[in-house]
Design a protein around this ligand. Sequence first.
Ligand code: SF4
Ligand code: SF4
Length: 172
Amino acid sequence: MRVVEPFVEMARGLWTTLRMMFDRPVTVQYPEQKKPVMPRFRGRHVLKRYENGLEKCIGCALCAAACPADAIFVESSENTDEVRYSPGDRYASTYEINMLRCIFCGFCEDACPTEAIVLGDQYELSFTDRHQAVYPKEMLIEPVPENGQPTPQITKAGEFTRSVPAMKDPQD
Ligand code: SF4
Ligand code: SF4
């Protein structure tokens, strides 16, 4: 019996290997292949733009106030019709998120009155030193849409006086 046992075990092992060869592979060849994330996944932040290219962020810093990890730093400056980054009076001249602090809770997204900051599907967040973990506005802001203009823009006087777009009444 003792002589036969290793051969039986080996045959069982080979059978398992043979059986698995015809199963659908579960491994993904990352980074060449990427699995789509779940719809409610919270990845790296994106600062959004309107279709015309203007930035949605108005530099109000409500996201920074709501952040439990103190990960966001916002500094705002004045818009003018000649040098306009966003609708309304102010825009974020500095916007930084410290990814070492962020816990991806999404409170910043909830607090934003213009839906400017969104946690997207980007999960590749590696860095090799602490300074690289502070993501500046240039890294966070999305590209200019196809029919939009880059910021700053020259706009007509009185065209973009509202910082927060008109919202639909949820009761309607
Ligand atoms: S996801 Fe949470 S922890 Fe991260 S920046 Fe936003 S509010 Fe702060
Ligand atoms: S992302 Fe939103 S909440 Fe944060 S500063 Fe910009 S507009 Fe204000």
